[in-house]
Design a protein around this ligand. Structure first.
Ligand SMILES: CCC/C=C/C(=O)SCCNC(=O)CCNC(=O)[C@H](O)C(C)(C)COP(=O)([O-])OP(=O)([O-])OC[C@H]1O[C@@H](n2cnc3c(N)ncnc32)[C@H](O)[C@@H]1OP(=O)([O-])[O-]
Length: 727
């Protein structure tokens, strides 16, 4: 039953019942219409309470229905209008979540009572749409334009206590919201209801609405880089102030239709479900997320308090896991401790602001700082986060192997080293796993969980569950140099560098990719990460520095094209932000504001002259094609090699760890939207003209999928099923 009804004296309690989140699917909407019609005409009913089963009001419209062939036959706003116009008072009893259409439903009720641990909000913007069931018209009428705009445009979850302060709910209770709503319903029987019908009220404001919204629009254009939903939200809120309610609703509908036509909602909703699907890992041997139990992690340790280690310690503590943090000397321990404490203070401040919305017992886990490895011996899991050096990591794992209790999990936060080699020095390779965090680790949502050859299913389940505990999106990947995200980044950066050789400047390449929607272009990103990191790795591989065989042409390695520009900058001490100079110049070492550097322009001009490189007329559109298709092509190779189990995994990695614009779904989704044949043609053309750039040789899988007509992304797995799987 999608909705049930019980009677408490003269109050009818209608309960939405659609596990797991009481989404307002077509059957739920039909059931609500039926129940409402019956209670309206039942003379024994004087008031109505609307609530959700299993402690959740509703997570909103059923997102799956937006793209399904069977389009909705019942409009949510029609139900809301029906509720609002009822002559019997309707009280929403909000528990757990009231999101999107769920909150819009509650806003159509005449009164709202919330349990203290409820979160509510209008997060439609995060899935590419706007609250189009009256939310953009009713919320400003209830709480005013600035507060409503903030909730609608950011899509944030509002804790019950804040919702009460804002006036979204009439009462917050620490016990059953349903019981409290029934009580309230009884009290309001017979009271005048006109002012409780939000659609009949005017929006109150004492600001210049147009100027306020114009400023918000400009800000949103800069902040959301090409995402259309935030802009549509602002226009809908504008309509609430300028138009009568019904015309505002028409505007809401028009904006919804135009958003749908952009293709962005489809991409964002694909990203939404992909994030949930990546948690459902499966191994070729049949073990899966739902048949392997993770071990409980009660205590953890982190080795190394550099940038990554500090973030990881904070992330663990934030999730209420006691941590032991280890460094090698007092100086590093002290500076690590200072940094962690300051991060934790900020987290505590945030927790305080969120107040009662946090689950019981949620606070910050204790952190114990030490120089002594012996202190680690009883923890359940240790994460090594020292710098990228195989010998150092092996030394640490040897030590851990002898000290730690036999069932402790050993994780390495490497961003690309071989997990099997690290595991080989331990007495428990089955308990060794890669946990690749992204910087800053206390903020970035992505966690690549890297399975080694001997890693056991229980270890995988535990690392994936740890990711969830830390509030991260954990993606299981196979072990290969650089894993998934960083591996795909290689050809992307290579193309960006070649574009400089051919006549572009860093700021031009960055601008093209930032206009596409990336949080940061490749050169700003390299400056932020530190150019010396890649330089050291290239020197280790004999591609740069003294290890390059004498007589090797400057722009060639092993017969292929090579761009030495980044190496040359490093030789001059230009490591990026940390040294105040890199591809850009900064106000000081450690400065954050990148300014185009005339020195770099001059340097590039001289370089092109030295090597007699003719400036080619590369159309700005080609900047995108070359950088993005290089990255995508490597993504197909990752799938071909069985390093990721599907295109969704890659897309989740890019959306959450590399600043890929979510409204474009992810690189593999983007490829399918552009058309695989188109991607293939561009790669083939480039590779034919540049056979010395092997990364642009179209991958086997791309060719194969293009040959069968470039099927929609959800059908790629059928082709992948026949390929090797290294998970
Ligand atoms: C007409 C226009 C106006 C209205 C528009 C809207 O309302 S748009 C909607 C606006 N609302 C939102 O954007 C809210 C979106 N939802 C959320 O933010 C979170 O799911 C949560 C906070 C409700 C629960 O978090 P949590 O970590 O506890 O759990 P979890 O996240 O793992 O989800 C559990 C399962 O439920 C599934 N599912 C969830 N919601 C929906 C849905 N609306 N629909 C369908 N399915 C949904 C989810 O896929 C997963 O399925 P699986 O994998 O088990 O098959």
């Amino acid at each position: 039953m999608a909705a049930t009804r019980t009677l408490s004296h003269t109050v009818a309690v209608i309960k939405i019942n659609n596990p797991p989140v009481n989404a307002l699917s077509t059957p739920v909407c039909q059931a609500l219409i039926k129940e409402l019609a019956e209670v309206k005409k039942d003379p024994s009913v004087e008031a109505i309470v609307l609530c959700g089963a299993n402690g959740k009001f509703s997570a909103g419209a059923d997102i799956r229905e937006f793209s399904s062939a069977a389009r909705r036959t019942v409009s949510l706003e029609d139900i809301n209008a029906e509720i609002e116009s009822t002559t019997k008072p309707v009280v929403a009893a909000i528990e757990g979540v009231a999101l999107g259409g769920g909150l819009e439903l509650a806003l159509s009720c005449h009164y709202r009572v919330a349990h203290i641990k409820t979160v509510m909000g209008l997060p439609e913007v995060l899935i590419g749409i706007l609250p189009a069931a009256g939310g953009t018209q009713r919320l400003p009428r209830l709480i005013g334009i600035p507060a409503a705009l903030d909730i609608i445009v950011r899509g944030r979850h509002v804790p019950a206590t804040e919702a009460f302060q804002l006036g979204i709910v009439d009462e917050v209770v620490p016990s059953s919201a349903i019981a409290a709503a029934v009580q309230m319903a009884r009290k309001v029987i017979g009271k005048p209801m006109d002012s409780r019908r939000l659609s009949t009220n005017a929006v109150q404001y004492n600001i210049n609405v147009d100027a306020f919204l114009d400023t918000a629009l400009e800000k949103a254009k800069r902040q959301f880089r090409g995402a259309q939903a935030p802009l549509a939200c602002i226009e809908a809120v504008r309509a609430s102030a300028q138009l009568p309610y019904q015309r505002g609703i028409e505007k809401e509908r028009q904006l919804f239709a135009s958003l749908w036509a952009t293709g962005q909602p489809q991409a964002q909703q694909y990203a939404f479900f992909s994030e949930r699907n990546v948690g459902k890992w499966t191994l070729p041997s049949g073990e899966r997320w739902d048949n392997v139990r993770p071990c409980q992690i009660r205590t953890a340790a982190v080795i190394g308090l550099g940038t990554m280690g500090r973030g990881i310690v904070t992330s663990l503590s934030k999730s209420n896991i006691p941590v032991i943090a280890l460094e090698q000397d007092t100086k590093q321990l002290d500076s690590g401790k200072k940094a962690v404490n300051s991060l934790l203070e900020r987290e505590a401040e945030k927790l305080k602001k969120q107040g009662n919305s946090f689950a019981e017992g949620n606070g910050l886990g204790s952190v114990h700082f030490t120089l002594n490895f012996e202190d680690l011996k009883n923890v359940d899991l240790v994460i090594e986060a020292v710098y990228e050096n195989m010998n150092l990591k092996k030394d640490i794992f040897r030590k851990l192997s002898s000290i730690m209790k036999p069932d402790a999990f050993l994780c390495t936060n490497t961003s690309g080293l071989n997990i099997d080699e690290i595991a080989s020095v331990t007495n428990r390779p089955q308990l060794v796993i890669g946990t690749h965090f992204f910087s800053p680790a206390n903020i970035m949502r992505l966690l690549e969980v890297v399975r080694g050859r001997h890693t056991s299913p229980t270890t995988i389940a535990t690392a994936m569950s740890l990711g969830k505990m830390l509030g991260k999106v954990a993606v299981l990947v196979g072990n290969c140099p650089l894993f998934v995200g960083n591996r795909m980044l290689g050809p992307y950066l290579e193309q960006a560098n070649y574009l400089l050789e051919e006549g572009y400047y860093p700021e031009e390449v960055d601008q093209a990719l930032e206009e596409f929607g990336f949080a940061m272009g490749p050169f700003r990103m390299m400056d932020l990460a530190g150019l010396d990191v890649g330089w050291r790795s290239r020197m280790e591989k004999g591609l740069a520095g003294s290890g390059v065989p004498p007589g090797t042409p400057a722009r060639q390695r092993e017969g292929n094209r090579y761009c030495p520009l980044a190496d040359m900058l490093c030789e001059l001490g230009r490591f990026g932000q940390k040294s105040g100079k890199g591809w850009y110049q900064y106000e000081k070492p450690g400065g954050r504001h990148a300014h185009p550097d005339p020195w770099v322009r001059d340097f590039l001009a001289k370089y092109r002259k030295t090597y007699n490189i003719k400036q080619q007329a590369v159309h700005p559109e080609q900047i995108l094609q070359r950088c993005l298709y290089a990255l995508i092509n490597e993504g197909f190779r990752v799938l071909e090699d069985g390093i990721a189990s599907g295109p969704e995994d890659i897309d989740v990695i890019y959306n959450n760890g590399y600043g890929w614009p979510k409204h474009r779904g992810g690189p593999m989704y983007y490829a399918s939207a552009v058309g695989l044949h188109e991607v293939l043609m561009v790669l083939e053309g480039y590779h034919k003209a540049n056979p010395d750039v092997p990364s642009m040789k179209p991958s086997f899988l791309l060719k194969k999928l293009a040959a069968v007509g470039g099927p929609p992304i959800k059908e790629w797995r059928t082709q992948l099923g026949k390929l090797p799987n290294k998970l």
